[in-house]
Design a protein around this ligand. Structure first.
Ligand code: PLP
Length: 382
């Protein structure tokens, strides 16, 4: 199987040796019988290894062109797993506008003395170079960034990271392997909140780390087993079911997102739309080169501050005010009071996350219904 769409749809299909089940079975069992005294079979205990979770890991590793993957119980567990590679005194360089939960975890582990952390504007090559000059063991990139949709140059950052001997981990949650391949661009590790596009149905919280090389993979597998952060077989089963339609979903979602971005961009109530697909987006050309699509996430600044935000979200009928993203339903979030509240007001200010900023995840509803919902809600704030 060479085509990624085929891997997503067909990896592991019709391989059941017991009954010829077309859909790979769900193995919920926590443990597996030994063949005989002192001789285990292929599987022993599900914290360490489980056939259903392994099939999801194998599919994700193939989709990201990695050497292997570890499926975790959440996206944050995946971030934490990667941070477990670090030793006290080593330095992590992370984007100043990363996902609020990642920011909070990095800051908390730094405060406990686990490692040093430097938050920088990774769009600024000089600032990144200056941070790397201090020495770094790990660079984390999140592109496009959450919630401002800023696109970082993975290839260039990978070169910079390698020049100081740092590993590069890319959080590919916002695009999924369907639209971006960080390992091919030089990443050592890819992080996912599979809660988002990979599962795609907003009914699982999960995560994954894909490693480019076998040494990192073995280290991560061993650490994941020691700490017990593996995803459950049932969640893995559901996530693999979601992955089957990943390419179709994202294709349709990003087409609608493009139309929504164009619509919002024309509206006088909105000062700026952050969507890399817009020709006016500062990283439009980089996104065109680095990604195979612009994705289905966007954010925009509503004029009129928090009062306008309140009226606008109250008027929406199809978009649901909720955290998370990447599901089949369209969502709207207010980062300053929701996803990025844990980061603190000062860090939000530095990252450029203001009170009028709204983030949208486009689902599978008809484009005309979404546009009409947005138009009538914008009319309601006047
Ligand atoms: N990374 C990004 C970019 C995210 O948006 C999120 C969650 O929103 C996470 C990581 C954390 O994932 P989870 O909520 O599955 O723990």
């Amino acid at each position: 199987m060479k085509n990624s769409g085929t891997i997503a749809a067909a990896n592991g299909i019709a391989k059941d040796a017991a009954f010829g089940a077309v859909t790979p079975p769900l193995y919920l069992s926590s443990n597996f019988a030994f063949r005989e005294f002192e001789h285990e079979q292929e599987y022993e205990y599900s914290r360490t290894s489980n056939p259903t979770r392994n099939l999801l890991a194998d599919t994700l590793a193939k989709l990201e062109s990695g050497g292997g993957a570890i499926v975790t119980s959440s996206g944050m567990a995946a971030v934490h797993l990667v941070l477990g590679l670090l030793h006290p005194g080593e330095r992590v360089v992370a984007p100043h506008d990363c996902y609020g939960g990642t920011h909070r975890l990095l800051a908390a582990l730094h405060d406990k003395g686990h490692f040093e952390v430097e938050f920088v504007d990774q769009q600024n090559e000089d600032a990144l170079a200056a941070a790397l000059q201090l020495g770094a063991a790990l660079v984390i990139v999140e592109t496009p960034s959450n919630p401002l949709m800023r696109v970082s140059d993975i290839e260039a950052i990978s070169r910079q990271a390698k020049s100081v001997g740092a590993r590069l981990a890319v959080d590919n949650t916002f695009l999924s392997p369907a639209l971006q391949q960080p390992i091919a661009l030089g990443a050592d590790l890819v992080i996912h909140s599979t809660t988002k596009y990979l599962n795609g149905h907003s009914d699982v919280v999960g995560g994954a780390v894909i490693a480019a090389n076998s040494i990192d993979l073995e280290n991560l597998q061993s650490w994941a087993n020691m700490t017990g952060i593996a995803g459950s077989p049932f969640d893995s089963y559901l996530t693999l079911r979601g992955v089957r339609s990943l390419f179709l979903r994202i294709e349709r979602q990003q087409r609608t997102a493009g139309a929504v971005a164009d619509f919002l961009d024309q509206r006088p109530e909105i000062s700026v739309v952050h969507y890399p697909g817009l020709a006016t987006h500062p990283n439009h050309e980089l996104a065109q080169r680095q990604q195979s699509g612009f994705g289905a996430m966007l954010s925009f600044e509503l004029n009129g501050g928090i009062a306008a935000v309140r009226r606008f979200v109250a008027a929406l009928k199809i978009f649901t005010l909720a955290e998370s993203l990447g599901g089949i339903e369209s969502l709207i979030a207010h980062p300053a009071t929701m996803t990025h509240v844990g980061m603190g007001a000062e860090a939000r200010l530095v990252a450029g996350i203001g009170e009028g900023l709204l983030r949208v995840s486009i689902g599978l509803e008809a484009e005309e219904d979404l546009l009409s919902d947005l138009a009538s809600s914008l009319a309601a704030i006047a």
